[in-house]
Design a protein around this ligand. Structure first.
Ligand code: ZN
Length: 203
């Protein structure tokens, strides 16, 4: 006997939802059924919002944070200090640091970290853009806020080597971050302490 399945519309929806991070087959099925059954679902609104977000949100041309214009809210904020840059691996690392309210300078997201095993080399990251910013700006300090794992270490050391030629202080956020974890997984207090207790790599 032929096994009965949901109609193709629901099956396709489940297949699309399953591709999303953190959504397993059970959740995908639950969400798909809610979308087609519930009067609260407002599928047209969801579809419209999804398209608008996907079409308009892009990385800031300066720091790599999310924006709908050319420059993000942080880079456009003239009340923020322009003499220090906090370097992070990913754009998603910026908001956890922002929430600590310890740092009031600008950011620079590299777009990853050096990881030979994953075939990510320095040329794959926004390192040239960082050097250009340091060169052209009134930068006095670069804070390296990279993960506490091997790749984070290697990336920090590589950057410190390149930045040595500039008359700036290079510091590294204090350890105490979860070993092997990125900034995303750290709580606010740990991040705030790590920023306040940053140590000079060289000046
Ligand atoms: Zn920006």
């Amino acid at each position: 006997m032929k096994r009965v399945e949901y109609p193709s519309g629901i099956r396709d929806l489940i297949a699309q939802l399953k591709r999303m991070p953190g959504i397993g087959p059970r959740s995908a099925e639950r969400i798909a059924l809610w979308l087609v059954q519930s009067c609260d679902a407002r599928p047209r609104e969801i579809a419209k919002t999804l398209l608008i977000a996907a079409d308009t949100v892009r990385p800031c041309g300066n720091c790599g944070f999310f924006t709908v214009g050319d420059i993000c809210e942080i880079c456009a904020d003239e009340t923020r200090s322009v003499d220090s840059i906090c370097v992070v691996e990913l754009a998603t690392d910026i908001l956890p640091l922002e929430r600590t309210s310890v740092f009031r300078g600008r950011y620079h997201a590299l777009g990853g970290r050096i990881s030979p095993l994953d075939h990510v080399g320095p040329e794959d990251l926004r390192i040239r853009a960082l050097l250009d910013r340091v060169k052209s700006g009134r930068i006095t300090e670069v804070i390296l806020a990279l993960g506490a794992d091997v790749e984070g270490e290697a990336t920090a050391n590589y950057l410190a080597g390149l930045l040595r030629e500039f008359p700036i202080t290079i510091s590294r956020i204090a350890q105490g971050l979860p070993a092997g974890g990125g900034l995303e997984s750290a709580d606010e207090l740990t991040l705030s302490r790590a920023l306040t207790g940053r140590t000079k790599m060289q000046s």
